[in-house]
Design a binder for this molecule. Sequence first.
Ligand code: PGA
Length: 246
Amino acid sequence: MKWVIGNWKMNLGLGESEVLAQATAHLAEELPGISVGIAPPTPFLYPIHDKLKFRPTNFFIASQTLSSFAKGAYTGDVAAFQLKGVVSHVIIGHSERRKWHHDSELIANQIRQALACDIKPIVCFGEAKRDASVSSILFADLRADLGDLTPDEISRCVFAYEPVWAISTNAGAVPATPAYIIKVVSRVQEFFASTYNHTPPILYGGSVNEDNVEEIAAIKQISGALVGGASLQIKSFSTICRAFTH
Ligand code: PGA
C-alpha cells in the first residue's frame, strides 16, 4: 500500500480547509488502492474531523506535530492524548519544525508519546545540503533522532525522506533526481535493516508536483510521497495521488 500525504503547513483558513478536506476525502474514495492523508493546521483538526461527512477507510487526518510531553504546564503544546480520536497520524521532525522550533532534540520522545496513544508517527529526516556523502550524515542524524527507541517502536513508524534543499519553499529548491532518491533511500533501508532488523516504509518529500510525479512514483524503493505546496490544490494533489496507484 502506497501513502500520499498532504502537508498543508500554515496555509489556508478554516473554510478553505474544510472544502479541501472534503474534496480530498472524495479523492481517496476514488483511489482505494492507496492511503491518502491530510495534515491541516492544528486549530482546524477538530472541525475537519467533526464536519467531514464522508470519510473512506483509506483516508486519514494527521497532525503536523505534537508535544514531546504527556501532559501539563507546556504552553502552546498539544499532547498526544488530546489529538487521539481526532487524528490517526502525526508528522514528526519536519525540517521546518527543526529549523524554527528546534524539534531535533525531541524526536524520540515525540515518537514515544504518539505511539503511547496509538497515533502513527510519520518521521521526517533529510540532509540540509546536497552532498555525495549523504548517507553517513543521515545515519548519524537518524541515530541521534531515534535515540534508544526499540525495533518494535521503529516498526510502528513510517519515515519520510525529505532533503531540505528540495523542499519547494526553500531558496533555490530543486527536486531530488530519481537516481539520488534511489541511492539514499536504499542505503537508509540498509541502515534500518542492520540496526533494527526492520525496513520501514519510506516516503519521499520535496517539490513533488504534477510534472515530476510520474518519475518519482515509479521509484520502487519509496512507499509514497509527502507533499507540501502541491497538496493545497485538489487538481494537483489528485494527479499526484493517481500516479501512485499504478
Ligand atoms: P513541498 O513540501 O512539496 O512544497 O516541497 C514538502 C514538505 O515540506 O513536506
